[in-house]
Ligand binder design. Structure first.
Ligand code: MG
Length: 156
């Protein structure tokens, strides 16, 4: 068994779509980043990379590489799922948390699972939770969004 842990955060900015878990969520701001800045997909991707012992997301998809400019993070996640399969590892579970004051995330969780399933992770082995930060810190001030994920891999 291998466990992996991932954390990510992105700053809110105007003029960008808000994409979380591969779902476009109506909001007056989006997240700043080199790719689509999908904070949940990045945390999950880093959890998988961690469990494989393959470094981190920045090593696989450098933000200096134009290939990944405005890239869909579902596609990045899909590439890491492919690597996991090539290494003979099977994913048994992902648990994750999105932390933001606004907008409300709960109505989009099922759509996120459906979207993440397109990266090769079945919707019935992922749990997504949503929280606020009780108005504390950068999240509490509405400056950005954070996400955390853990995963469990085993040899096939
Ligand atoms: Mg990120």
């Amino acid at each position: 068994m291998r466990i992996g842990q991932g954390y990510d955060s992105h700053r809110f900015t105007e003029g960008r779509k808000l994409i979380i878990g591969g779902v476009e969520i109506p909001h007056n701001m989006g997240l700043k980043g080199h790719s689509d800045a999908d904070v949940l997909c990045h945390a999950i991707t880093d959890a998988l990379i961690g469990a494989m012992g393959e470094g981190d997301i920045g090593h696989h998809f450098p933000d200096t590489d134009e290939t990944w400019k405005d890239a869909s993070s579902i596609d990045l996640l899909s590439k890491i799922v492919t690597l996991m399969n090539q290494k003979g590892l099977a994913l048994s579970w992902i648990d994750s948390t999105i932390i933001t004051e606004k907008p409300k995330i709960a109505p989009y969780i099922n759509a996120m699972k459906e979207s993440i399933s397109k990266a090769g992770i079945p919707a019935d082995i992922i749990n997504i939770k949503a929280k606020t930060n009780e108005k504390m810190g950068f999240i509490g001030r509405g400056e950005g969004v954070a996400a955390q994920a853990v995963c469990l891999l085993s040899k096939k």
